[in-house]
Every structure is written in C-alpha cells, then in structure tokens.
Design a protein around this ligand. Structure first.
Ligand code: PRP
Ligand code: MN
Ligand code: MG
Length: 179
C-alpha cells in the first residue's frame, strides 16, 4: 500500500497533534451548547473518531453518507445522499466533520440541506483543505492542514475505496490511477 504513495505529506504523529489542537478549540467554542457532531461518511470516519475523543464537552454524534467521486479522482459534480441522519438538526448547533474540502461541492450541498432543515448554527471543521481545487466559494471555520493540488489518500481518504486505512496522508502515484 505504502509503495503506491509518492510522498508522505503528514505522518500519524503530526496528524494526531493537529487533531488535538482542533479538539481543544472546538471544546471551547461549543462549551454549554451540546452540539450535534455530524461525520460525513465515508472519508471522515477516522478523523471523526480521533477528534471526538479530544473534545471534552457533552455532544451528540450522527452520521451522513454522501458521495460524488465514486471510482474517479475527479468529482462527478453530483452529490448523492447515501445515508441520511437519524437525528433532527432543527434548532441544533451543528458541527460538520469532514476529511477534505476540494471543489467544495460536497459541503456546499450539505450545508444547504442542513440550512433548509433549520439548524440553529452550522460550523465546519475539515482536517485537510485543498484550496486550489475550489469550484464554489467555501471556507471551513476550522481546518488542519492546507494541501497542494495533488490527489491524496490515507487517514480515511480513498482512491476507488482503497487506502483509507493508511495512518498517514500522502500523494498517490499518478501511475496508480492513470492505468
Ligand atoms: C470525498 C471527501 C469529501 C469530498 C471532498 O468524498 O471525503 O467528502 O470528496 O471533495 P469536494 O470538496 O470536491 O466535494 P467522496 O465523494 O469521495 O466520498 P467518500 O467520503 O465516501 O470517499
Ligand atoms: Mn467524503
Ligand atoms: Mg472518496
């Protein structure tokens, strides 16, 4: 698996350090608000699990599965809800947990859905940000690392459903997907 990685951008320790920092900030921000923390499956599952363990205030968690990349390295531009939330967001302070923002299409779609369902507030945390990929204007409230314009995998991020279990984030060798 690691043989398919051209360059490791951040290793497991660097990621954990950053997750800790984000968790501390979020704990302060949401003190006394019992946020509904939403994991955007599948990519955000590892970040979500690590992040909530570093948050020290009461919260509720829920999951939503959306997908737009499928088996490709480029977004289809069409965001599909594969699994919806169990909880109602009506009147809730919502924290969306995402692994990466690239074109911004996934999150702008999701934010729109949650606004229409009358969330009280929507806050966005992403571990990785790839600003060069943006197709719509969208900025996270909290972000971990800014990445170069390359296709990355690991720590939850996939190519064709593979590599999610790598503990690092790295650039995938183009020869892997240019076949
Ligand atoms: C990936 C990633 C983000 C989204 C970011 O999800 O996990 O959710 O794309 O890209 P965007 O800003 O261009 O929309 P994907 O659609 O691959 O589904 P997955 O999480 O199940 O891998
Ligand atoms: Mn995703
Ligand atoms: Mg994906």
């Amino acid at each position: 698996m690691l043989n398919d990685i051209q360059e490791v951008l951040y290793d497991a320790d660097q990621i954990q350090q950053k997750v800790q920092e984000l968790g501390a900030t979020i704990s302060q921000e949401f003190e006394g608000r019992n946020p509904l923390v939403i994991c955007v499956l599948k990519g955000a599952f590892i970040f979500m699990a690590d992040l909530v363990k570093t948050i020290t205030i009461p919260l509720e968690i829920d999951f939503m599965a959306v997908s737009s990349y499928g088996q490709s390295t480029k977004t289809s531009g069409v965001v599909k809800i594969i699994k919806d939330l169990d909880a109602s967001v009506q009147g809730r302070d919502v924290l969306i947990v995402e692994d990466i923002i690239d074109s911004g299409l996934t999150l702008s779609y999701l934010i729109d859905v949650l606004e229409r369902r009358n969330a009280k507030s929507i806050t966005l945390v992403t571990l990785f940000d790839k600003p060069a990929g943006r197709k719509v204007e969208l900025e996270a409230d909290y972000k971990g690392f800014v990445l170069p314009d390359a296709f990355v995998v690991g720590y939850g991020l996939d190519y064709a459903e593979q590599y999610r279990n790598l503990p690092i984030i790295g650039i995938l060798k183009p020869e892997v997907y240019e076949k």
